[in-house]
Design a protein. Structure first.
Length: 310
C-alpha cells in the first residue's frame, strides 16, 4: 500500500508566505526534518505477530525528482538508444500516472560481451536515486537471493531482498538478476512470482513474511545468445545493448567506467585528476575481448595510482 506522509511544517510555511529553503534536486525534498517522499509497506507477517528487521514500517519510494527532471540525459551511453528509450518510456508513464517515484516494468538486458549489462543497471540506480540489489539465481548459487527453505537440520535463510530493503529503506530498488539461463524450475517459479506485475510477491520463509516487490524494477541480465526462460516471457521486454562504434563514444564509455569507480569511491567531484588516463583507457576499451568487468578493473587501477588504494 502506498501512502504519502503529510508535512505540517511545509503547510505552515506556505500559509505564512515563507519560501522553503533550497535543496539539492538529487536529494529527497525535506523541510525542518520532515520527509515528503511517498512511502509504502513492503512486508507482512504470516508466521508471527512482529515483522522482523524493521520491515513493519514504511519504506521510501525514491526518485520522483529524477523522473520529473529526466534521467536519460545524465546516463551517457548515447549508442544504446533502445535502452535509453525504455527508460524514457517508463518515466513518461510514471509522470502521466502522477506517480512520483522511479519504476520500470521488467526488462531483460542482452547484448555482446563487454556491452556493460551490470554497468548500465548500476548507473541507472545511481541516477534514479534508488538502491541497486544484485542477486544470482543460477543453478550454482547456494542461495539464490530469495533465501532458502528449511530442510532437515538446515534452517531457512532470509532473502537478500528483504535484507537490502531493510538496510536501504528503499521500497523501489532496481534488482539486477543474473543466472536465469541455468536456474532450476523452483527458482524460476519464485522469480516469476516476484517479477510478474500481477503478483509481485515472495514468501520469505527465513523471516516468516510476504515481501511486496510491486514497485521494484527488475533487470534480468542475459548473456550473448542466451534465451529468456519461458516463465518470464509474458511480462518481460527484452532490450539489446550495443558496443560504441564512434571514437567519441568509445572515449565516453571509458569515462563512464571512471565515473562508476568514482561513485563507488565517493570521489566523483574530483575526476579532473584522472584526465591523463582518458586517452589510454579509451584505447584499451577498443580491445574487442575486453569485458565490462575488465574495463572496471582498469578504471580502478587508474584510481589506485592517482588517489591510492584506500
Amino acid at each position: 500500500m502506498v501512502i504519502l506522509f503529510e508535512n505540517p511544517a511545509l503547510d505552515e510555511a506556505r500559509e505564512a508566505g515563507i519560501a522553503p529553503a533550497p535543496c539539492d534536486a538529487r536529494e529527497d525534498a525535506t523541510i525542518e526534518g520532515w520527509d515528503t517522499s511517498p512511502t509504502m509497506y513492503v512486508a507482512e507477517s504470516y508466521a508471527a505477530d512482529v515483522v522482523p528487521w524493521g520491515l513493519d514500517g514504511p519504506r521510501q519510494l525514491r526518485g520522483g525528482d529524477r523522473v520529473t527532471a529526466g534521467i536519460t540525459p545524465r546516463l551517457g551511453c548515447e549508442w544504446n538508444a533502445e535502452w535509453l528509450g525504455a527508460i524514457d518510456l517508463a518515466c513518461r508513464h510514471q509522470r502521466d500516472a502522477d506517480r512520483s517515484w522511479f519504476h520500470m516494468p521488467p526488462l531483460a538486458v542482452t547484448g555482446p560481451c563487454g556491452a556493460g549489462r551490470t554497468h548500465v543497471a548500476r548507473r541507472l540506480a545511481w541516477e534514479a536515486g534508488v538502491a541497486y540489489i544484485a542477486i544470482d539465481v543460477s543453478g550454482a548459487a547456494m542461495v539464490s537471493g530469495f533465501g532458502s527453505p528449511a530442510r532437515g537440520p538446515t534452517p531457512a535463510l532470509p532473502s537478500a531482498l528483504a535484507g537490502a530493503m531493510s538496510m536501504t529503506d528503499c521500497a523501489n530498488p532496481i534488482i539486477g538478476v543474473t543466472g536465469v539461463e541455468t536456474a532450476d524450475a523452483d527458482t524460476l517459479a519464485r522469480l516469476s512470482a516476484a517479477m510478474d506485475p500481477m503478483r509481485s510477491r515472495i514468501d520469505d520463509e527465513g523471516l516468516g513474511i510476504t515481501l511486496d516487490l510491486s514497485e521494484a524494477t527488475w533487470l534480468v541480465q542475459l548473456p550473448p545468445d542466451a534465451a529468456l526462460p519461458p516463465e518470464l516471457q509474458d511480462f518481460t521486454t527484452t532490450v539489446a545493448l550495443t558496443l560504441p562504434d564512434q571514437p567519441d563514444w568509445v572515449e565516453l564509455a571509458w569515462i563512464e567506467a571512471l565515473i562508476e569507480v568514482a561513485a563507488d569511491r565517493a570521489t566523483v567531484g574530483d575526476l579532473g585528476r584522472l584526465a591523463d588516463w582518458t586517452d589510454g583507457g579509451a584505447e584499451r576499451w577498443r580491445n574487442p575481448n575486453l569485458g565490462a568487468a575488465a574495463r572496471y578493473r582498469l578504471a580502478m587501477t587508474a584510481f589506485d595510482q592517482v588517489y591510492g588504494s584506500g
